[in-house]
Design a protein around this ligand. Structure first.
Ligand code: ADP
Ligand code: GLC
Length: 490
């Protein structure tokens, strides 16, 4: 199959969250299974063209944004040396210090223009390169217009005679909803297309709705989240999802175990493995030193590596820091984003210097040290489509403490409720339940045998892409078959 993966981010080139991990990993498994898979993302200036040896392709292309012609180039690099990655280059839209917004978490005012441009440029680029996809796999709101272009403006374009679209929702909280009066003409649609069963969404122009309505198959990143978004956690999109009920699939993300591997990870003070976890303690010692905590070597180290966003349950983390005053329990948090969360955490660090350490930044190397050096990982998310951080924590034998929602419910098995537990799960979203679970985990931590068993279960968990890639192949095939049938009858 010819597969084009379209996304706004992809590791190792650019990452703000788990979307990048998924888009940079799933294609490797598709490639292994014999598909011609390629990736296309914007060429943000944060992507280092020299480091990744990007070459400019000889195409001279333009798309129309309203009445304006926007010219662009395509750069090409490779993922794993054999998966072509195309970068849409236009400095007006992508030469910024951030990806979606500035350092204070404020989104860029022209994100609508940036991603209308990107969606249109993707269509023009593959036509110029003569890459005819069987599947265009779109991800999140930034790519939502592509299925709509395929079915509306390019419906009779012979180039796409065999192309189907898959639309994966990684987070329904971000939909790309904009003023309709200006967006419809800007994106090149007609008012005929702006009807309630088409592009219109509560009087707005909504990228995600376009993706859901016009794609062939909708997927999301865990079975539980697939149910949740249709039943009250869909941020208003429930009515739209209802119309696609039989076309919605929940496919759990995996992680890249060749990258997240304590045995070979060279960011760590010491390596350890499933067979011998002893050296994990040296990683904790290193982390305690990095945090400048005194006498912390035997303490219970709780960590969190995350975007600062209400989604991630920071109200509960803040509550827990305030309530748990035990010098033997440390909180180490690495993240960036929302300014209120950032300032409150920094305030707590000042208030409790012996137990709280906040790193306000994005830091891949430090993230590895934290996953390895801590005992438990806090993820009390309000909602969580899949979550990769809890899976990474497991890979490092670090025990997740999570709220029972979305992908967390699908991957973390509670200490008291499962025969092979790998974490602690609370099911009422409240400070009380969270603090209780932390205290309970601390009790188990002090029972060395019980904790060791838990660590062994955790580090042995395997959420690989091998299984999920087959599920993606299944939905690609469903989309393909439908396309072939509809082409025959046309
Ligand atoms: P989301 O995509 O909602 O942010 P996920 O759990 O799916 O959540 O993925 C988060 C990814 O981003 C993980 O790989 C995590 O390690 C990484 N990450 C988040 N914040 C930071 C940070 N400040 N520094 C380094 N890595 C981070
Ligand atoms: C989103 C979700 C997260 C998921 C990631 C990758 O950012 O918030 O839960 O793991 O996408 O699918």
């Amino acid at each position: 199959m010819n597969i084009l993966m379209v996304s706004s981010e992809c590791v190792p080139f650019v990452k703000t969250g788990g979307l990048a991990d998924v888009v940079g990993t799933l294609p490797k498994y598709l490639k292994k299974n014999g598909h011609d898979v390629r990736i296309i993302i914007p060429k943000y200036s944060v992507i280092d063209g020299v480091k990744y040896n990007l070459k400019t392709l000889p195409y001279r292309l333009a798309v129309r944004l309203g009445k304006e012609e926007i010219y662009f180039r395509i750069k090409q690099g490779f993922l794993d040396e054999n998966i072509p990655v195309y970068f849409i280059e236009n400095m007006r839209f992508f030469d910024r210090s951030g990806v979606y917004g500035d350092d204070n978490g404020i989104g860029y005012g022209d994100n609508r223009e940036r991603y209308i441009f990107f969606c249109k440029a993707v269509i023009e680029s593959i036509k110029a390169m003569l890459f005819v996809p069987d599947i265009i796999h779109c991800n999140d709101w930034h790519t939502g217009l592509i299925p709509a272009y395929l079915k509306i403006t390019n419906a009779y374009d012979g180039f796409f005679w065999k192309t189907s679209a898959i639309y994966t929702i990684h987070n329904i909280a971000f939909q790309g909803s904009f003023d309709a009066a200006t967006s419809v003409p800007l994106a090149g649609f007609s008012w005929e297309d702006y009807k309630s069963d088409k592009l219109e969404f509560y009087n707005t122009f909504n990228f995600m709705k376009a993706g859901i309505v016009y794609t062939d198959i909708v997927s999301t990143v865990s079975p539980t989240y697939a149910k949740e978004i249709q039943a009250g956690f869909g941020n208003g999109m429930e009515v739209v999802l209802k119309t696609r009920k039989s076309d919605i699939y929940g496919i759990l993300n995996g992680i890249d175990y060749s990258y997240w591997n304590p045995e070979t990870d060279n960011n760590l003070a010491a390596n350890y493995s499933k067979q011998n976890i002893e050296n994990k303690i040296l990683c904790r010692k290193d982390l305690i030193e990095i945090c400048n905590f005194e006498n912390g070597n035997n303490s219970f180290v709780l960590s969190c590596v995350s975007r600062f966003d209400n989604q991630k349950g920071f109200d509960l983390i803040i509550d827990a820091i305030n309530r748990i005053q035990n010098t033997n329990i440390k909180f180490i948090i690495l993240g960036s984003g929302d300014r209120y969360i950032r300032d409150t955490l920094l305030y707590l660090q000042n208030k409790y210097p012996e137990t709280v350490k906040i790193f306000n930044k994005y830091d891949e190397n430090l993230a590895h040290k934290i996953y390895a050096g801590s005992d438990a990982f806090l993820m009390p998310s309000h909602f969580e489509p899949c979550g990769l951080s809890q899976l990474i924590a497991l890979a490092y034998g670090t025990i997740p403490i999570v709220n029972k929602t979305g992908g967390l419910a699908d991957t973390i098995y509670d200490f008291d409720k499962s025969k092979t537990p790998n974490g602690f799960v609370f099911d009422l979203y409240s400070g009380e339940s969270f603090v209780e679970k932390i205290k309970y985990a601390y009790k188990i931590f002090n029972d060395k045998t019980a904790w060791k068993n838990l660590q062994n279960n955790a580090i042995k968990c395997s959420f690989t892409w091998d299984k999920s890639v087959k599920e993606y192949e299944k939905i690609y095939n469903i989309a393909l078959k439908r396309k072939i049938n509809s082409t025959i009858y046309r």
